[in-house]
Design a protein around this ligand. Structure first.
Ligand code: PDD
Length: 294
């Protein structure tokens, strides 16, 4: 069996497990025509879905917010995703799942009643963050957050995120931290943002300007249980520029240290002490989860 990704992957599409190469959706799917759908990305450690309840709840919140009916029960979701995981040999994976409003033969912004949502899920090997990034961190620029005002919905409509990622690349940066119209940090293009100032971790409060990240939530819980001060508070561009540490977090990257901001060193220019602590505790937390202790 060829275990490399993309060759023999099985995907789930509308009730069936099929080879990725054979998976097809209609040109009239509203996801394709309008970006009318929502998604989730869920990490899998040692074959087990991590923070599944939190991801499922966020999926339900996204579906509810855009008035797409949840097509599956909690048990059905769990069965499908576990089935998908078991069909692939990788210990650590990440699941991408997407629900669109479904197929509508005549293109119309107004959705027809009673459409059948399209449900798609597939899995990938989850690779550890490269050693040079752990050692040296990443380069980030700030950009105006050009997205809409409902960023708490995990919508598949990601054109602004793609454009901002390209803009970062054009400036030789790995990613961007986004600044709202009010002048506050929102998040990264596909991650949440944190700063550390005088030993306190600060992250912007949840709301409609950013995604309530599950990794962010795990980091908050870890910081609390280890008595590392963490507050949710608006962060200005100036706070960001004067931060001792900056991190980004996501399900596929965990907590990533940012060591260059707009061409200037962040703090010492190396991944910071608090990040190192959180990283260690995060790995312990994952290990305990794998062993069924958390
Ligand atoms: N993105 N903010 C945005 C805009 C994101 O797209 C993501 C994740 C996050 C972090 O959320 P979490 O910790 O739950 O992964 C924050 C996923 C990984 C993606 O789009 O691939």
């Amino acid at each position: 069996m060829n275990h490399s990704p993309h060759t023999k992957q099985t995907v789930y599409l509308n009730g069936e497990f099929i080879p990725m190469a054979d998976s097809k959706i209609s040109t009239q799917d509203r996801g394709f025509l309008f970006g009318d759908g929502v998604y989730e990305v869920i990490p899998v450690y040692n074959g087990q879905l991590f923070s599944f309840q939190e991801h499922l709840q966020r999926l339900k919140n996204s579906l509810n917010a855009v008035s797409i009916q949840n097509p599956l029960s909690d048990t059905q979701w769990l069965d499908i995703l576990n089935n998908l995981i078991q069909k692939h040999p990788w210990k650590d994976q990440y699941i991408y799942l997407q629900v669109t409003r479904g197929i509508q033969m005549q293109r119309d912004h107004l959705p027809a009643d009673n459409l059948t949502p399209t449900v798609y899920a597939y899995t990938n090997p989850l690779k550890p963050v490269p050693e040079h990034i752990i050692k040296h961190g990443i380069r980030v620029i700030t950009l105006e957050d050009i997205r809409w005002l409902k960023c708490d919905i995990k919508a598949i409509t990601l054109l602004p995120n793609v454009m901002m990622k390209l803009a970062a690349k054009a400036q030789q940066a790995d990613d961007a931290i986004l600044i709202s119209r009010e002048g506050y940090i929102t998040e990264g293009t596909a991650s949440n943002a944190f700063i550390v100032k005088n030993g306190t971790i600060i992250t912007p409060p949840n709301g409609q300007k950013l995604l309530p990240g599950i990794t962010r939530l795990v980091i908050e819980r870890i910081a609390n249980s280890h008595k590392i001060p963490l507050i949710e508070q608006d962060i200005t561009e100036q706070d960001l520029a004067q931060a001792d540490e900056i991190w980004l977090s996501s399900s596929t990257k965990e907590a990533l240290p940012v060591t260059t901001l707009n061409g200037h060193a962040v703090g010492t220019g190396k991944p910071g002490a608090i990040w190192h602590k959180i990283k260690t505790f995060y790995q312990e937390h994952k290990q305990a989860f794998i062993e069924g202790k958390s």
